[in-house]
Structure formats: structure tokens, C-alpha cells
Design a protein around this ligand. Sequence first.
Ligand code: G4P
Length: 555
Amino acid sequence: MIQANSVEKSSSSNPDDFFAKALAAEVSKRRNFAIISHPDAGKTTLTEKLLLYGGAIQQAGAVKARGEQRKVTSDWMELEKQRGISITSTVLQFDYGDTTINLLDTPGHQDFSEDTYRTLAAADNAVMLEDAAKGLEPQTRKLFEVCRMRHIPIFTFINKMDRPGQEPLALLDEIESELELLPWAVNWPIGSGEQFRGVIDRRSKEVVLFSRAERGKQSSERRLKLDDPKLQTLVEDELLEKALEELELLEAAGTVMDEELIHAGELTPVFFGSAMTNFGVRPFLDAFLEMAQLPVARNSSDGPIDPLDPNFSGFVFKLQANMDPRHRDRVAFVRVCSGRFEKDMTVRHARSGKNIRLSRPQKIFGQDRAVVDNAYPGDVIGLNNPGMFAIGDTLYKGQYVEYEGIPCFSPEIFSWLRNPNPSAFKNFRKGVNELREEGAIQILYDTDQSKRDPILAAVGQLQLEVVQHRLENEYGVTTRLDPMGFQVARWVSGGWKALDELGRIFNCKTVQDAWQRPVLLFKNDWNLNQLQEDHPDLALCAVAPVVSGVDPIKL
Ligand code: G4P
């Protein structure tokens, strides 16, 4: 790996020039992405194959395997192991050729979509993974909407081509009509299911023939020119003819591959393959690296900040406590946005205005970690978090800058969290505060100060279970949940003043969030609509407005 300081100093006598060039070299070799998919589409399998090509693991099956190699998997938490689900996200960094890839792993379970939203805030590109038989599925659509909000470039991988699936043209049509995203097939499948013979690379006009590799091995990829006579002996005529006819239809449709449209999130390059059998994964990775967006300028209080700005800056997009139960540590994941990060650097924490020395920055790979000396835009570093960092916090050197925060999404399940054992209150309080800071759950409070029990506000039921499980295992408190029967939350844009002006309102409960802002809870959409009809001037918001520069209240 080329380190910034290994770039020839003689190329310029000006040290500023030298560092600028070194930074530009590091940024240009970085790619960062997250995979969005519906559970079971094959995200774990694809991740594993990508890591295999990058040499980050030696053997397929390692991500899922038990024992030592299980470390690289993201489902390391106890509950995840018990349930066999993937809840938390981690970051996997690996080198492939001259490129450094940061793969931001996202939880597979839909109850944890909020965590995925936050991870997408740190991603420059997204890979949308579809099962060829199922096409677009609900979770994929939901996550796609988040990518669209942020104009993230999307690369589509249509998986499981070794199994009977939908017609490829129908899959493209679905993307175009339902997501209003223009698809451009980079390769085109020859056959499917038992008769899957490989793909035609549309740009090189080559056929990439695949042979099923033994489980755990990389498949060999044989390339032949489309007019190579040998092809006839290797691929059935009718399969090849069908594929070529379909390609002609695509050409006639006239869509052209345009990198600008990809980077604007309006056109998606589509790849067909099969992660499990290694069909098409390497060509996908190569083409992705060629077309993907480099670390981009991010919006801040000061306008977009160029990644090549010499001053380091970054923001916290995820907090995780007790990643390693032996150390009971708390880690803040920081996306580096500009400049060069150096170990032992002193940075300014924008929200508190305090200076902090970052003495033990870590690179985290699954459960393994190593101290990092340098990091560059597009990278993610893990910082020890003594309770100082919150999601959305900015760290910077030089002139004050604060990145756009990460919004909280509207919860749909609400429950009182009771602590039946008063002697455990101290731990209860610590656990609730820390899990809230981590973003494991949103916490709301009754407006009546005498009702001290917090309200857990979740996107999915499993999130509540995880909170209870972690309170018990990590903080030693057994809790009880009392469901509240509300399903909809809305923030009041005009704050308490707007609410006071309304006078009495019906069929909803007023609570406050951690920033003491009013939130209305409704039993259903009908009650919400009724309030809006009665008070058309009342502005309500489904996504909590971002707060910066203010500390949240604690239990
Ligand atoms: P997820 O993380 O998106 O939830 O999906 P995961 O990779 O766990 O894959 C879900 C199932 O789909 C797995 O089967 C996996 O082997 C299978 N799969 C993934 N990619 C392909 C593919 O290209 N072709 C075929 N035919 N199957 C694929 P499983 O039976 O649940 O697990 P396992 O016993 O195979 O590990």
C-alpha cells in the first residue's frame, strides 16, 4: 500500500505541494460503498466473495463459518449468534490491486433499518443486490429511497443467476419503472438456472464463460471474443442467440452509459451473476471500481468541503458499545471526509468546542482491530468513545466546520421501559443513556417530570428486544416493557410555542425527545390526519430535525 509519505519528495520542493499530491494520490485510490438488499438476497455471500478477491480472507465460507474465522463476520453479538441474524454494521477495509476499498456493512434485519440509514450517510456508493427470482423487494425499495435522497450512485448486482429467475429484461424494466432509475446492463446473461453459461461483456464484446467452482474456490473465468468459432462448441446456439437478440433490443432502446448520470444517482450499471458460485463477481468488482464515485465533497455549515482540503475533518456516523465484551469498550465510527488523519492528532470537537487528542484510532475489521497511523477521505476509523461523541458530531482541524447531521427516522413502536428494581437504578440510567447515545434506540420522555420512566421508540420490535437483552447482559438490569399502543410519531416543527397556540388537542399524546422538543404520538394515521385537518397550519415532521451544538438531556 502506498503511504502518503512514500511519494517521491523530489517531485516538488514545496512541502504543501508534496502533501497535496500525496493526499490526492490516496483519495484517488479509495472507493467506499454499502450494500443494500432484502434479507436472503445474498449480501453475506457477496461480501464474502469480495473479501476473497481482495485477499482479506483466504477461503469462502469464512464469513459464515464457525470458530476462528467467524471473527470477520458482522454478526458477532450474542443475540445475533442466538438468532442467526445480522443486526449491527461494521466496516471492512481491504486492498484490491491498487485500490483501497471500504465496505460499510449494514444490518440485514429490517428492524434495524435506522442503523442502515446512518451507514448510508457515510457511503459514497451503494450496491443494490437483487435476487433474480424475486426482483425488487420491500427492504431494498426502502433503502433505495434513502440513497435517492442523498443522490448516491447505485450499482445493481442481480444475483442467483444459477437458479431459475425472472426474465432479465423484466428485471431491468422493474428498476426503470418502479425506481425511476435508468438501468444500463454492463453484462448480459446467457441462459439462467441450470443453463447459465456466463455473460456477454457489453463493452468489450467478449463472452465470459464461467465454470462452477468447487465451494470455497475462485472460479476460472475464460474469455472469448463473440466471433470466436470455439464459442459454438461451448454454448448452445439458442441460448447465445436469445442473449444477442435481447442485447439488440437494449441497444435499440438507446440508453448510453454515462458516468455523470451514474454519479448523480440517475443511472445504474447492472451486472448479472451468482455470488454463491462465483459467477460474475470479479468482473463486477473490476467494473465497479472503474465507475464508482471517489470520496466526494460533503455538505457542511461552510458549504461542500473538498476531500482534498488539507485540513482533516470527519463525522461520527455510528456508535457501538461493548463490541469486545472483554474490554467493555465504546467505539465511535468516524468517516474521514477531508485531509489526512494522523494518529495522536489533536482535533476540535465541533459540538463542545473542546480539543481532543486521538491517541488510539483503530481500524476495525469484523471483531479484529489494529491501530491506524493514517487514514484518508473515504476511510472509516474507530475511536475510543468515553461518552463524548454522539451520532452526527463533527471533528476537524483548522477552521470551524460542522457537517450536516444525520436525521432520526420516525419510530413506529413505543413502549415504556420499566425498571422494577430501584436498587439497580444507577445501572439502568447508565444503560439507557449509553444505548440512546449509541443510536441503538430513540428515547422519548413524558412531559410530566414525575413520570421518570423512559419511552423506547423503535422502528422494529426486535430493536426493543435487543435493548432489553443488552441492558441485562451488559448492565445487569432486568427490565419490563409496557407497550403504549401508538404507531405514529411526528415532530412539531414550530416547537412548544406552536403547540401552546393550538390549545387542547385530542387523540394524541405529547411527549418530548432528548432535545426537549415536542413529539406527538398517534394511535394510527387516521388520528394524525384528523389533527392535520383540524389544524392545517400546524407543521409536523416525520423525520426529526437535525440538532447541532446542543447536548441532549439524559435520564
Ligand atoms: P443475506 O446476507 O442477504 O441474508 O443472504 P445470504 O448471503 O446469507 O444468502 C441467503 C441464501 O442464498 C444462502 O442460502 C446462500 O447460500 C444463498 N445464495 C446466495 N447467493 C446465491 C447464488 O448466487 N445462488 C444460489 N443458488 N444461492 C445463493 P442458505 O441455504 O440460507 O445458506 P447456506 O446453507 O447456503 O449457507
